[in-house]
Design a protein around this ligand. Structure first.
Ligand SMILES: *[C@@H]1O[C@H](CO)[C@@H](O)[C@H](O)[C@H]1NC(C)=O
Ligand SMILES: *[C@@H]1O[C@H](CO)[C@@H](O)[C@H](O)[C@H]1NC(C)=O
Ligand SMILES: *[C@@H]1O[C@H](CO)[C@@H](O)[C@H](O)[C@H]1NC(C)=O
Ligand SMILES: *[C@@H]1O[C@H](CO)[C@@H](O)[C@H](O)[C@H]1NC(C)=O
Ligand SMILES: *[C@@H]1O[C@H](CO)[C@@H](O)[C@H](O)[C@H]1NC(C)=O
Ligand SMILES: *[C@@H]1O[C@H](CO)[C@@H](O)[C@H](O)[C@H]1NC(C)=O
Length: 499
């Protein structure tokens, strides 16, 4: 009897225990994270978690006690200090429509964190105001209609972070601060719109092939982005109908930084390029499938350039008709440099042929002169002035001043020479006059010429003797201008010299 009771009791206990276990499992399965603060679910499969900025760590996972339901359709997480989205935690949700993570101080992602079920379609991923230390490789996969990061700080985008996207319409990074980007961070996917708006892209540098083999069907746009160095082939992008680079501050562009084939026009305006190597824009070309009758335009206006060289602003002339205008050379104007600068930007025969040696693409129109637009530099008063005005006010004017100076100096010299001449002439004349009229009392004693017995002044070369007795002293010549002297010398002595 006692034994029977014991067995029965054991059986009941066992049943009870089993039931207890099953209820826990069931409740786990059905509700999971839905039942645990700070999250709530509704009957449409929406999961909303709001940590209210309490210092709370929230883990989103497909496993464990507080797991995500596979029936979740929308996930919204707000105001949490730390959110961890584990491996493949979204992969079982076949009806997932959107994931929205807002105001997360520390968002931790793993490889496959955003891998979606193959049955999911057109999901929206949106991360707003968050810090992500590392965006790991292969974090995304699946049919995502749009991925947008807004006001997100990302320490590092690993290689292949953005890869395996299928059917994505828009990839948008807005006001994001990205400290570092690995090569091939954006690798081989296609989107309609790829927009990078504001913020800092890549800290010091965008490495070679940071964006590699991306097909953008409609628009690739960079607007107001700050970038350090863009290495050669930093952006390798195909097919955009419009390509626009606007309001950006780019420290250095290496040669062929943008390797982009477009199916339409290109707009590069209001940017600041501090250092631009030759041929930085040369690899922006027209997609070979879109050869139309007339060339699309590549517009390069209102950009500021710091350091550049011959061919820095060189475009593929067989792809585009370049329009270059309003170039601000962010340097002090220099009369000697103005035409050189302009020539470096517009006339780059040498460099162009160097880039195209052995290439048949050098078409005839490639070296046609580009219409000259406005060029600006900084004048001596730190104002921005166009080349022409500067030239007129400082260079041409400078030349005329020099001419005036030369003329004035010339005139002064002529006057001085004239005065000197006049003085010299007067002296000469006076001397002459004095000589003419005062020939008698010269310093050199006269000599008696033996010729015809006449006394002359024909020099001491004739070997006549000096006779001091014929020297006459006459007072100032002026008084005796009109005086004629008739001097008769009579000699009684015999001549001492032989005849
Ligand atoms: C939570 O985030 C929302 C924005 O999603 C914000 O408006 C709200 O003020 C935040 N709540 C707290 C308590 O910070
Ligand atoms: C995530 O998955 C990858 C590969 O499946 C694995 O190497 C990694 O350790 C996983 N990480 C975590 C946190 O489970
Ligand atoms: C963010 O959270 C992860 C995991 O909890 C941690 O390893 C990391 O140090 C945190 N980062 C910051 C900046 O707090
Ligand atoms: C030229 O670009 C600068 C920024 O570089 C901008 O502030 C200015 O408004 C632009 N001017 C025009 C006429 O677009
Ligand atoms: C010109 O260059 C100086 C420094 O070199 C910089 O501070 C300034 O913003 C630049 N101006 C423009 C319009 O690029
Ligand atoms: C372009 O530069 C070359 C020398 O580099 C010069 O001979 C030629 O006249 C220049 N053409 C124009 C249009 O300035």
């Amino acid at each position: 009897m006692g034994a029977v009771r014991l067995v029965l009791g054991g059986a009941i206990l066992g049943l009870f225990w089993g039931g207890f276990q099953r209820t826990i499992a069931t409740s786990d399965n059905v509700n999971g994270l839905c039942d645990s603060s700070p999250c709530v679910c509704d009957q449409h499969g929406r999961l909303t978690c709001d940590c209210n900025n309490e210092n709370q760590e929230l883990t989103l996972s497909a496993e464990g006690e507080r797991k995500l339901s596979p029936h979740t359709s929308r996930i919204t997480v707000r105001n949490c200090s730390s959110v961890i989205l584990t491996n493949s935690s979204l992969e079982s949700m076949t009806g997932l429509r959107s994931v929205e993570l807002i105001n997360i101080v520390n968002l931790t992602l793993f490889t496959r964190s955003f891998v979606l079920s193959p049955k999911t379609s057109r999901a929206i991923i949106s991360i707003h105001s968050a810090n992500i230390d590392i965006l790991p490789s292969f974090v995304f996969r699946g049919d995502m209609e749009s991925i947008s990061f807004e006001n997100v700080h990302i320490g590092l985008i690993s290689a292949f972070a953005f890869a395996n996207l299928a059917g994505t319409d828009t990839l948008r990074l807005e006001e994001c601060e990205i400290d570092s980007i690995e090569e091939q961070a954006f690798k081989k996917f296609d989107v309609n719109y790829l927009h990078i708006i504001g913020g800092i892209f890549g800290g010091n540098q965008v490495p070679s092939r940071a964006m590699n083999d991306i097909e953008v069907f409609t628009t690739f746009r960079m607007d107001g982005v700050k970038i350090g160095v863009i290495r050669s082939s930093g952006f390798v992008i195909k097919k955009p109908k419009t390509l626009s680079i606007q309001n950006c501050i780019i420290d250095t562009l290496e040669s062929e930084a943008f390797d982009i084939t477009t199916r339409g026009g290109v707009l590069i305006k209001n940017n600041r390029f501090n250092n631009v190597a030759a041929g930085s824009f040369l690899s922006i070309r027209r997609d070979s499938t879109s050869i139309g009758v007339s060339l699309p335009e590549i517009t390069f206006t209102n950009n500021s350039l710091g350091v550049f060289e011959e061919g820095s602003i060189m475009f593929d002339r067989s792809s585009f008709k370049p329009i270059i205008d309003n170039i601000f050379i962010n340097r002090s104007c220099d009369c000697a440099m103005l035409s050189l600068w302009k020539n470096n930007l517009l006339n780059y025969t040498n460099v162009y042929t160097r880039f195209y040696t052995g290439n048949t693409q050098l078409s005839i129109n490639s070296l046609e002169a580009i219409e000259e637009g406005t060029y600006l530099c900084i004048n001596y008063d730190n104002n921005i002035i166009n080349f022409q005005d500067f030239d007129i006010h400082n260079c041409t004017m400078g030349n005329s001043t020099i001419i005036w100076l030369i003329i004035i100096v010339g005139i002064v010299l002529t006057i001085i020479i004239g005065i000197v001449m006049i003085i010299w002439c007067c002296r000469r004349r006076r001397n002459h006059v004095q000589k003419r009229w005062m020939s008698v009392p010269t310093t050199a004693p006269d000599v008696v010429s033996k010729k015809n017995g006449v006394i002359g002044r024909d020099g001491s070369s004739s070997s006549g003797p000096v006779d001091s007795r014929i020297t006459m002293v006459v007072p100032d010549g002026r008084l005796y201008r009109e005086t004629e002297f008739h001097v008769i010398v009579e000699k009684a002595e015999p001549l001492t010299t032989e005849l």
